[in-house]
Design a protein around this ligand. Structure first.
Ligand code: V47
Length: 399
């Protein structure tokens, strides 16, 4: 699977661009030259970018690469998040969302309840994004029924669901291989996998922040298998817990190498740890500068993952906007309902207003373009594209 697009086209534009007029400081000149020559950045380059205190220079380089690929366009989609359960057999220390099965606030949606959650939004969305806890009693039968019922009710809806560790859990309790699990879920209607759960791809760090979760190798292997069976996926990084800068760069390099092998990552999302109601008092937490630098470095390191998402449900509108000027090209979707980041302290407004997303994008000089989940259909968003005034994107002819 190749979602990376034509490397040579954007690389050529980058080479031809006015990069040399940018006034890149001496410390970054070698890296700029490598980018212009289309050379891969190394671990040391990544660390040097992180250690460079000239944030505008780093974000300018990232913005240059973003513009070489996508010019002024910035992408978003119309989607809804529905979490099928918060019951989880794991207890990751960074997670404020999970509950034990019989505790206050624990819930597990029936298939009917899940489908009913979508109903009020169905005319305005083309993607449902669903992740949840590792429910001790749900095997593949529940998820097959869930996806079948969803597709029966909303055939045009793209189902992006289940993180790698959920796939592992379903496979284990259903006595199936990862590949058979993914194949069966795909047959039932699953269209792609979100990127959650990568955290930091280092098993010592994982042992501190999410003991018992899938290993780094397993995260990559499950995504590779998804790519193999024809399911595109996203990938993520949770930063600002206990990891070092080197861990972050190594994380990006591992994703880059996996992408070389299996090619199905569509986008990368880096989000900082939000600490409310979590159990990680030793977390470093990331400042605004650190967040912007991390997203910019990801654009520069991940030369084979086309899209870099600034997830406003985690970052908030202000930082998300700035990230769009520093390497990110995507602001995710309308979302509608969100629990994971809001339980942990996010105050980002929950709305389904495409006008609002478009205005954030225009604010940084971008052209808002509505995309579908797998970035194969695009439509410029116009001022009169009011919420609810058009059929869902999936049934519109694309320009
Ligand atoms: O896997 C959990 C993270 C992820 C916290 O693929 C936290 O398009 C910060 O992955 N602070 C779920 N982060 C969200 C996710 C995602 C979101 C939007 C789009 C896509 C996509 C993926 O949230 C979890 C975990 O890594 N998370 N708790 C927290 N306290």
């Amino acid at each position: 699977m190749d979602v990376a697009g034509s490397h040579s086209d954007w690389q050529q534009r980058l080479t031809n661009s006015a990069a040399s007029e940018l006034g890149v400081p001496a410390g970054l000149e070698t890296i700029r030259q490598k980018l212009v020559r289309g050379e891969r950045l190394t671990l040391q380059d990544g660390i040097r970018l992180f250690e460079n205190t000239d944030l505008p220079a780093v974000t300018r380089l990232a913005d240059l690469v973003k513009h070489s690929r996508f010019a002024d366009e910035v992408y978003f989609n119309s989607n809804l998040h529905v979490n099928q359960t918060n019951v989880c057999t794991l207890a990751c220390r960074f997670c404020a969302f999970r509950r034990s099965k019989n505790s206050d606030g624990a819930y597990a949606l029936t298939v009917e309840e899940y489908v009913a959650r979508i109903e009020p939004w169905a005319d305005n969305i083309d993607e449902v994004h669903s992740v949840g806890g590792l429910h001790p009693d749900w095997d593949i039968d529940y998820y097959e029924a869930l996806f079948r019922a969803t597709k029966d009710a909303y055939p045009n809806l793209h189902i992006k669901a289940l993180t790698a560790v959920e796939i592992k859990h379903i496979a284990e309790i259903s006595n199936l291989s990862i590949k058979d699990t993914l194949r069966r879920l795909k047959d039932a209607g699953l269209d792609s996998l979100p990127g959650g759960g990568a955290e930091i791809l280092d098993d010592d760090v994982r042992d501190i922040i999410c003991r018992g979760k899938e290993s780094s190798k397993e995260y990559l292997a499950i995504h590779a298998t998804a790519h193999e069976v024809g399911l595109p996926t996203n990938c993520t990084m949770l930063f600002g817990t206990v990891e070092s800068i080197e861990h972050r760069v190594q994380h990006m390099i591992q994703l880059r190498e996996q992408q070389d092998r299996s090619g199905g990552f569509q986008c990368f999302i880096a989000y900082p740890f939000l600490p409310d109601k979590t159990r990680l008092p030793e977390a470093q937490l990331a400042t605004g500068v650190e967040i912007l630098r991390t997203i910019a470095v990801s654009r520069l390191m991940l030369d084979n993952i086309p899209h870099i998402k600034a997830y406003r449900m985690n970052l908030g509108d202000h930082i998300a906007e700035l990230a769009l000027s520093g390497g990110a090209d995507d602001i995710d979707g309308t979302v509608g309902h969100e629990e994971i980041m809001h339980e942990a302290g996010s105050t980002t407004a929950l709305d389904d207003d495409r006008q609002h997303l478009a205005s954030l994008i225009r604010d940084i000089g971008g052209i808002p373009v509505q995309r579908n989940t797998i970035y194969t259909r695009f439509r410029r968003f116009e001022d009169d594209d009011d919420r609810g005034s058009r059929p869902p994107l999936s049934v519109l002819p694309m320009a």
